[in-house]
Write a protein that binds this ligand. Structure first.
Ligand SMILES: [Zn+2]
Length: 241
């Protein structure tokens, strides 16, 4: 028997009345588990098949894998289903985790906390949800070893740069003198969006107003950097299509 708190990343049909859910937890990382009989109208654990659900799960190991034997919701994030922009940004967070492999339990723990903060901000705060998705990706890079340096060139250390470029090979920001063919120039507004979001806590995003469109331009760059860092493609459906 295993007992842990987890976030539901996605669900897929199994047998007639069963569903498999992909859980993300500090203890187990990502793990599939079966919800028995969950498609019947009277099923007790119905909430557990809905992505975003955060709860406490008890799993028994069966012959064909994990079976959920108990589930208690901690946060349902129900508001995601009422706002399509919030929903897409929230799904973006889940999609990123879906694509990631974790190197250690310590890293998982940090990212688990980050995911919950991002989801809570997107779901419950009055903000442009893309701000929080950008912030989530900026923090994710920092937690996984490539923090953006917005004050100086990451290669030569120069602080007197006109524009910075992102190097997709290293995930660093560099000056014009240090750029190569792996680099893309950041426009002034995109750089400002990155710098401001890096220095603004999730709790304070509500009062933030970035230059119009810069948050989407930044998301494009962060998403390309994500692909380069982790060698995987996250689908930000409905945002970057
Ligand atoms: Zn430089």
């Amino acid at each position: 028997m295993k007992k842990f708190k987890a976030i539901v990343l996605k669900a897929r049909d199994k047998k007639e009345k069963d569903k498999d859910i992909l859980l993300f937890s500090i203890e187990e990382g990502k793990a599939w588990a079966t919800l028995k009989g969950v498609k019947s109208p009277s099923a007790k654990m119905k909430q557990a098949q809905i992505p975003f659900t955060f709860g406490e799960f008890i799993l028994e190991e069966g012959k064909a894998g994990n079976i959920v034997t108990s589930f208690e919701a901690i946060e349902s994030f129900r508001e995601f289903s009422e706002d399509v922009d919030k929903y897409f940004a929230g799904m973006g967070v889940l999609e990123v985790i879906n694509c990631l492999e974790f190197s250690s339990a310590a890293e998982r723990a940090k990212i688990f906390v980050l995911v919950l903060r991002a989801l809570k901000t997107i779901c419950f705060k009055k903000i442009n949800p893309i701000y929080a998705l950008d912030k989530f990706l900026i923090e994710l890079f920092a937690e996984t070893g490539t923090e953006f340096s917005t004050e100086k060139c990451s290669v030569c250390g120069s602080k007197s740069f006109d524009k910075l470029h992102i190097n997709y090979l290293t995930g660093e920001l560099v000056c014009a003198g240090c750029k190569d063919f792996n680099c893309e120039e950041l426009s002034k507004t995109t750089f400002m969006a990155l710098k401001i979001l890096k220095n603004t806590d999730f709790d304070r995003l509500e009062s933030l107003k970035l230059s119009s469109g810069s948050e989407v331009a930044l998301l494009r760059i962060l998403s390309r950097n994500f692909e380069a860092r982790f060698d995987t493609k996250a689908k930000f459906i409905g945002i970057l299509s």
